[in-house]
Structure formats: C-alpha cells, structure tokens
Design a protein around this ligand. Structure first.
Ligand SMILES: O=P(O)(O)OC[C@H]1O[C@H](OP(=O)(O)OP(=O)(O)O)[C@H](O)[C@@H]1O
Ligand SMILES: Nc1ncnc2[nH]cnc12
Length: 237
C-alpha cells in the first residue's frame, strides 16, 4: 500500500465512524468497534487520524456489517419480491462508503475501468471509480448518439424478451482490468452481458460486485464465467 492509499483508507475509516456515530453514543461506538471512546471522539472530530491497522479493522470489519445493516434497512420488497432500492442508489454518500468495504473484503485487483449497466448501476459505479481512481463506463440498452463503434451483447432472457446492451467501443482498451458492478444481481443475465462486453473488448476481468444479490443464482452464474472474485454486500433470499 502506498502513502496515498493508506491516507485514503484512514479517511474512509473516519467516514465510516461518522456514519455510525449518527445513531450512537461514543460508548456504544466503543462497544461496537472495540476502540476507546476517547480515541473515537478524536477521530470523529477530525483531530487525529486512526492508524492504518485500526482504519483497516474499522473499514473491513465493522464497516461491512454496519453497511449491510444499513442497506437492509433501506431496501423494500414488494409483494412479488421485487426490490425498491432507490433509498440506496440515490444516496451517493452511502455508496462512497461501500466502495472501500467492497474493495477490501473481496480483494479485487486494482481496476482500470468500472463497467456497469444503465441505469441503476451508475451511482455505485461512480463511487467505485472514484475510490479506485478508475474510469467509469456504462453499457446502455440503446445506442448513444454520434458514437460510431459499439461493443454489443445480446441475450434472450428466460422471459423470452431479447435484451441488448451497447457500450461505446472506445470505453475499454485491450488488456485493461475491468471490474463489473451493479446495484442488484438476480438472474445474473445483466452481469453475463457485461462480462461478455468486457471480454469482447479484450479486457481482463478484475471481479464482479453487486450491492444486493437476490438469491445465489446470479452470483453463481458470474462465478462460472470468471475466476476473479465475485460478491455482494448483502444477499437477500
Ligand atoms: O441479475 P438480473 O436478473 O439481470 O437483474 C439485475 C439487473 O436488473 C436491474 O436493472 P433493470 O434492467 O431493471 O434496469 P434499470 O437499471 O434501468 O432499472 C438491475 O439494475 C440490474 O442491472
Ligand atoms: N428491482 C428488482 N428487484 C428484483 N429483481 C429484479 N430484477 C431486475 N430488477 C429487479
């Protein structure tokens, strides 16, 4: 880890602690993190930065569980089992906390490009791109105007409907590492299309990450298509 990455991790830990402090006293935060209340006070107020090891423990350990709880409190299922996740994908500051947790728990190789699918993957993709200092690219269900060359991938879904995603060919260079992300993975059909687009662009897959996996069908499907890490922040049955 270079100096800038250490500093980014330390600042992320402060963001996680501030988020947790919103609904807790310092004593409760001390109990949750195992860190002294006085130290936590200094971190939350920005007087002192946590050391790198403490920062890592906060972001990886406490951070992941707390974010998963927060995510679960924010999503709603309708009567047919569809997810309303607007409380999550509309909140860029929440997504900014997810990026380092995803990166640290799944151990992706540092990507050059984050690839997602319009529409709902874009805000998570932007948070991940910003965290890694990578570019963001999103495939769309229609062709962008004035772009001449596209990579496209088409699939007939279980429902019989054909789905095509288009990505401007200039978005990925051959040999780049691509991390595929999305807000939600259920059947895995969208991830399969995104992985196909990345492979058509001669990219290397750095991993697949979703905020929410509904069941394990989609993540299993992605695991069959790549040896890179595949995971979700929360799995809903
Ligand atoms: O694993 P799957 O079964 O493919 O489902 C997941 C996909 O479905 C949703 O997108 P949707 O097609 O609803 O488009 P949107 O992002 O524009 O809402 C979601 O954002 C994922 O991209
Ligand atoms: N919002 C949603 N909830 C559950 N499954 C989905 N598949 C595509 N969009 C979905």
């Amino acid at each position: 880890m270079n100096r800038a990455e250490k500093a980014a991790l330390q600042l992320q830990a402060v963001s996680v602690l501030r988020m947790l402090k919103e609904t807790r006293t310092y004593d409760e935060l001390a109990e949750l993190t195992g860190l002294p209340a006085g130290d936590l006070n200094r971190y939350v107020n920005g007087h002192v930065l946590p050391g790198v090891e403490r920062a890592r423990e906060v972001v990886e350990g406490v951070g992941r569980d707390a974010l998963a709880d927060e995510l679960e409190a924010r999503v709603r299922f309708d009567d047919e089992g569809y997810v309303d996740n607007s409380g999550v994908v509309f909140d860029q500051s929440f997504l900014d906390l997810v990026a380092p947790v995803a990166a640290n728990t799944l151990n992706f190789e540092r990507p050059d490009v984050i690839l997602t699918a319009a529409t709902d993957g874009i805000t998570l993709g932007a948070a991940m791109a910003s965290y890694f200092g990578a570019r963001l690219a999103y495939a769309k269900k229609s062709k962008e105007t004035a772009v001449e060359d596209f990579i496209e991938s088409r699939q007939r879904l279980a429902s019989g409907i054909e789905l095509t995603y288009y990505l401007p060919a200039s978005a990925i260079d051959a040999g780049e590492r691509v991390l595929v992300v999305d807000d939600l993975i259920r059947s895995g059909e969208t991830q399969e299309l995104l992985l196909d687009i990345a492979l058509q662009g001669d990219a290397n897959i750095a991993g697949v990450f979703a905020l929410i996996a509904v069941g394990d069908e989609g993540t299993n499907r992605a695991r069959e298509l790549t040896d890179a890490p595949v995971g979700a922040l929360s799995v809903f049955e």
